[in-house]
Design a protein around this ligand. Structure first.
Ligand code: CTP
Ligand code: MG
Length: 246
């Protein structure tokens, strides 16, 4: 069985989230911290041999106070992220164990993920070396200039919106980041594309939404309920004892 490491970037500032009490990654969603929803779906898997969570150094004291017990029990490596998302991933890559075959990156801000989707994207990465979830753009796209004047309508033909998980053969992702040279990328596939390696898109689900604003949290509560049923039982399955999931 191929071995996977999972990197969960949670070191962002959450500037669009605007909450006085919580940083985005640590806000409660259905009675559980956002990052923990994203992490738990990976932690119970036999093919995941390492989970790395990147947090901001300024959140470390608070994080340890709240979550050190979870982290110790779950065997998560918690590292300091960087100024940009790609800096956080780069810091995590330096900690990936040498026996790992594939590296999966999944935003801590995408809590509505489920087992069949992870199975699907892991299998696609094993087949192609580089696979990401994305959804075809459904709306009409406008480029908007100064004074909110529309500059042009952009054809949505061939346009997809990237999601995570994004999964890569270890050597491909390490090579992409080694050649990053400070390049500012908002996802990992972009850096792999830059080194000329093909990346396959697997159609994702709008349920796998990213939390950006506080309003998204309300939607995410509903989205959690709409997820396909988890197939794993046992202690690692956070939903195992919850009737509403059956
Ligand atoms: N992220 C990170 N390190 C950074 C920036 C982002 O680990 N320096 C993480 C975020 O914590 C999040 C994911 O990357 O889980 C996607 O980023 P985004 O949704 O943009 O979150 P933030 O950058 O925190 O939010 P904002 O852009 O509104 O400040
Ligand atoms: Mg951001």
């Amino acid at each position: 069985m191929a071995k996977f490491a999972v990197i969960l970037p949670a070191a962002g500032r959450g500037t669009r989230f605007h909450d006085k009490s919580y940083k985005k990654a640590f806000v409660p969603l259905a009675n559980k911290a956002l990052w923990l929803h994203s992490a738990e779906r990976f932690l119970g898997r036999g093919d995941v041999v390492q989970t790395i969570l990147a947090i901001s150094p300024e959140d470390r004291a608070d994080f340890n106070f709240k979550f050190s017990a979870n982290v110790a029990i779950l065997g998560i490596d918690v590292i300091d992220g960087g100024a940009e998302r790609a800096d956080s991933i780069q810091a995590a890559l330096a900690r990936v164990k040498p026996n790992v075959d594939y590296i999966c990156v999944h935003d801590a801000a995408r809590p509505c993920i489920c087992d069949p989707w992870i199975d699907e994207i892991f299998a696609a990465a094993e087949k192609t070396g580089a696979a990401i979830f994305a959804i075809p753009v459904a709306g009409t796209l406008k480029r908007v200039g100064p004074n909110r004047r529309i500059v042009e309508t952009v054809s949505r033909n061939e346009l997809w919106e990237a999601q995570t998980p994004q999964v890569f053969r270890r050597d491909i992702l390490l090579d992409a980041y080694a050649k990053r040279d400070g390049f500012s990328a908002t996802d990992d596939a972009q850096l792999v594309e830059r080194i000329g390696h093909p990346v396959t898109v697997i159609p994702g689900s709008p349920i796998n939404m990213k939390i950006t604003t506080r309003e998204d949290l309300r939607l995410a509560e509903q989205a959690l309920r709409a997820l396909p049923k988890p197939k794993l039982g046992g202690a690692m399955n956070p939903f195992a004892d919850d009737d509403k999931w059956r």
